[in-house]
Design a protein around this ligand. Structure first.
Ligand code: NAD
Length: 255
């Protein structure tokens, strides 16, 4: 039996399924992953160097400009077949939870409910000093195709600089999000890990935590990212094609 057959058997027998998603699930929507080279205005920048508190302290206008551009890019993107396949599965009676590392809102826009965002959200900036959440006016959220440097707006309470409400490298994950993730990950029959390279800790431990708790883990990725466990299955391919094929194999029509 190949892994696709084994994966459909596992799903047929499951009642509780967790999707653990990464940047790869949004790649088909046109949002680059960290493995893709940037083009255009941001071509010469390495995102991983812009996404730290140190980078923000050193050059807040550059980091704010980068996140405004990412926010704009997400607002222009649409959920793809993979996001819809995930939300559609919840309408079949299975208990579905979605835990994502993504800071976009494409799962929600495809109809998934109660998505756990381990790394925060682009949509909700906060103050760098007092951490209070803030909203941007349309003028503050506007981006330009020619400008990378944008001075961050100031917090209305303490006049600190606004920063994006995402988790930067070396920062802790939001406690509530991690707890919510653990409660579903340790209690699922099947965890489907989609489009994640498994290098950003501690989120990258999630498939192993599910395996240790007795779940079957199905990886969906363009490359083999399996950890070598006996209860792991590897479905290699584009998530937007693999997920509908997998769900079709257990009789669930396309969303
Ligand atoms: P990553 O960039 O490290 O890895 C992406 C993975 O997706 C790779 O393994 C790649 O092979 C796979 N992939 C690419 N296209 C795919 C497709 N069409 N179908 C299936 N798999 C595909 O991403 P990560 O593991 O999520 O971790 C890095 C960090 O990147 C996360 O913290 C996340 O917050 C951040 N990030 C988020 C977004 C987003 O919100 N859309 C975009 C870029 C980076």
């Amino acid at each position: 039996m190949n892994d696709m057959h084994k994966a459909s058997e596992a799903l047929r027998e499951a009642t509780k399924v967790v999707f653990f998603t990464g940047a790869g699930i949004s790649a088909e929507s046109g949002i680059p992953t960290f493995r893709d080279k940037l083009t255009g205005l941001w071509e010469k920048y390495d995102p991983q160097r812009l996404e730290t508190a140190d980078a923000f302290r050193e050059n807040p206008a550059l980091v704010w400009g980068w996140y405004l551009w990412r926010r704009h890019q997400v607002s222009q993107a649409k959920p793809n077949t993979a996001h819809y396949a995930v939300s559609h599965l919840a309408s079949t009676g299975l208990r579905i939870a979605v835990v994502t590392q993504n800071i976009d809102d494409l799962h929600e826009r495809a109809g998934s409910k109660d998505v756990v965002h381990l790394h925060g959200s682009l949509a909700q900036p906060k103050c760098f000093a007092c951490h209070r959440s803030a909203e941007l006016t349309p003028e503050q959220a506007a981006v330009s195709d020619e400008v990378v440097l944008v001075e961050p707006p100031r917090c209305k309470r303490c006049n600190g600089r606004l920063r994006p409400g995402v988790v930067w490298f070396k920062e802790d994950l939001p406690v509530g999000a991690w707890k919510a993730a653990m409660s579903v990950v340790k209690d699922c029959d099947v965890l489907i890990s989609v489009g994640t390279s498994g290098v950003v800790m501690p989120a990258a431990d999630i498939p192993e935590i599910a395996l240790a708790a007795g779940a079957i883990v199905i990886h969906v990725n363009l490359m083999d990212v399996a950890l070598g466990g006996t209860n792991e299955l590897m479905l290699i391919g584009n998530a937007a094609e693999v997920l509908p094929t997998l769900f079709g194999s257990i009789g669930i029509p396309e969303a």
